[in-house]
Every structure is written in structure tokens, then in C-alpha cells.
Design a binder for this molecule. Sequence first.
Ligand SMILES: Cc1ncc(COP(=O)(O)O)c(C=O)c1O
Length: 412
Amino acid sequence: MSVTHTIEADVLRRQDPELAEILLGERDRQSTSLQLIAAENFTSPAVLAALGSPLANKYAEGYPGARHHGGCEIVDVAERVAVDRAKALFGAEHANVQPHSGSSAVLAAYAALLRPGDTVLALGLPYGGHLTHGSPANFSGRWFDFVGYGVDAETGLLDYDQAHTLALTHRPKAIVCGSIAYPRHIDYAFFRGLADEVGAYLIADAAHPIGLVAGGAAPSPVPYADVVCATTHKVLRGPRGGMILCGADLAERVDRAVFPFTQGGAQMHTIAAKAVAFGEAATPAFTAYAHQVVANARVLAAGLAAEGLVVTTGGTDTHLLTADPAPLGVDGRTARGRLAAAGLVLDCCALPHGDSRGLRLGTAAVTTQGMGEEETAWIAALLAGVLRGETDHQKAREEVRELTGRFPPYPG
Ligand SMILES: Cc1ncc(COP(=O)(O)O)c(C=O)c1O
């Protein structure tokens, strides 16, 4: 079943051509440009089928076997399957699959473990912390007293010594490890030791690497953290949504923090789609995919470095990398615009040094399309050619169309 088929053959086109056009336009945009946004991926047709299923109609406040609504006997099975698959996939004692997003998962983790006014140590926002790690524009920064550790300005590597000093000075109630842009593996054992030293909870926000963890291509935070928060839509390749993993001791607190404290009715179509994605992630094919994602990211990082961009930390262990395009005579924001015109879609991000913006790229989506090291090396060269002004936008756009035509996200 292809996405084209679903939309075109469906009533939507006849009933609401305006919206059908928008959906088809977005499908074309996604399939004819290169999705290098580190947080994005292409879910499988099976995941999309679950998302578009009648489970979307069902109200299901509460948990399997204890709902506030009637008629939940079938969706209860879907949620139990999702929970069991998540527990098996990540070796966790407990999984809550109801968070509507990664942010909702973090909110619930804080609600489970903290009180307003508590001190929390997390990676500072300028160094790759997420909004939920203490931004003044977010509930986290308003309700908790965040202290930020950073990265080394030269190497871009996490400053573990600084985190240690800050933990001893501020005695936080919780320590958060996780980032939107850190390209290296995080030393979860270090953070576990630090949390134990100061009597803090350890919350791993593994929104980005959790798919690599599922595929055995990155270390797991599950044995170390009290609570692991994650998204299901990045490398993990499931529907947009969140998830919390924890030990049996915190299960009840986490569940109550999700519902009824921070959320209402669970979105059962999304939970079913999460179950489908967990099933896919448990296959040898997904293990191979996760390792290919990293191999591609390494080639992309090496290619960009060879072209003169400054790659933060000198490379990557994961699906993402950040780079400063300044040596090519262009700042991050201008670079993003030029590349978008050429069909290379990516994000800007903060850089460890100074105030200038860099570029953040990831290989999850292009790898799902079947691209390998040869194509990622080609992408690095094209990107640099566009930024240097050697390759004109229109020509680059045509080349991107040719490449994506050979690697359609939804073949058939
Ligand atoms: C580390 C981290 N935490 C939380 C989130 C929030 O996820 P969502 O956008 O689903 O709320 C993200 C999203 O990119 C993230 O990278």
C-alpha cells in the first residue's frame, strides 16, 4: 500500500480537494528533496496504516483494564502489545507509551520525580539542551531552578568535569542527560555515578538516540537512568509521539504523572502505530538500518570536513552531526536558505564556540530511503558546492531530484 494510493483513492480527494492537494504537495516535497533534518524519518506504510485506522476514534482515558470509558477491550490489547514490545526491545521493567510527544514525556518525568522549585542540572540550551531542559520560554524553566552544564569550547565534547563541579555545588534533585544536537555517545555510567554522589535522580532524555539504541548502534541509558524519556518518531521510525521507560519501583509514579496529571485520553491510533514500530525495530533489518544510519553520518561528517566545514567534535558516533560553514564564507542561516533552495532540507543550530549559528544534519531519513555511503559522500560534496556558489541552485535541485527518484521513500 503506497501513500499515494491511500490519498488518491480515498474519499479525501473527492470530498476535500483543497486538503488533498496540500497532503499530496507535502508528499511530493518530501520525496523530491533530501530530508537531512536530524529529527525526521519516514515511517513505514504499516505505521501510517495504524495512524489512519479507526483506533483514532476511540477515547481511552486511563490504562488497560482500568479505563474511564467503555468499549476499550480492543484498544487495551493494542496498548498492552505496545508496552510489552517496548519493554522487550529496551530491556526495561516498565514502559509508558502514552506521552503525546517527547516534551510530554519529559514533563511527566519531572512531574513524577520533582516538585516546583526543585533544582535540576541539565545540558544548557546554548550547548544542545532541549527547551524542556530549562528554557525560560518553557514550563521547565518557569517551574524549576535549572543549572546548565556545557561543552568544551574547543572540542565540543561534553564537559563532564563541569557537570561534576556544578552537581556538587548545587545538589540538584535531578540530573538530565540528553541533547538535541550532541553527536557523540553520552557516558551514562558517569551520570549515574554523579547522580548517586549527590543523591539525585537521573533522567536520560534519549529522544534522539533511542532508535540507535533499539538497533544496537548506541549504548542504552536504560540500565543507568531512573527514568528514560524518548520520542518514537526520530531514528526509531515510528509515529510522532513519546515514551517513558523506568524500573518497576517508579512505574506507578510515572503512570500517574502521564495520566491523569499531565495528559487526558491516550491516542490509541498512535499507540497502535508505536506497537507496529517497536515490532519493526526488533527485526534484524532494523539493526542493519541503525548501523547504516551511523555509517552514513560518519561519511557525511568526513565529507563535510574534507570540504572545509568545521565539524563539531571532529565527527559523530550517531545519526547526527553539526558543522560550522563559516570557512566557506557563509553563516548557518544563509547556508540553510541556500541549501533549501537546492533541495537539501536541514536545520540551523547553536555551535559550541561563539554566537554564530551552524548546521545540524542527520541521516535517518536518507538511510530509510536506501541511500548508503556512496550517496552520503555525494550529498556532502553537493552541499559544499552549493555553499561555495560553485553549483547553481537549479542544477543542484535537478541532481537532488534525480537522486531521490532513484531512492523514493515510498516505492511503488
Ligand atoms: C532531547 C529532546 N528532548 C525532547 C524533545 C521533544 O520532542 P517533541 O518535539 O516530540 O516534543 C526533542 C525533540 O527534538 C529532543 O531532541
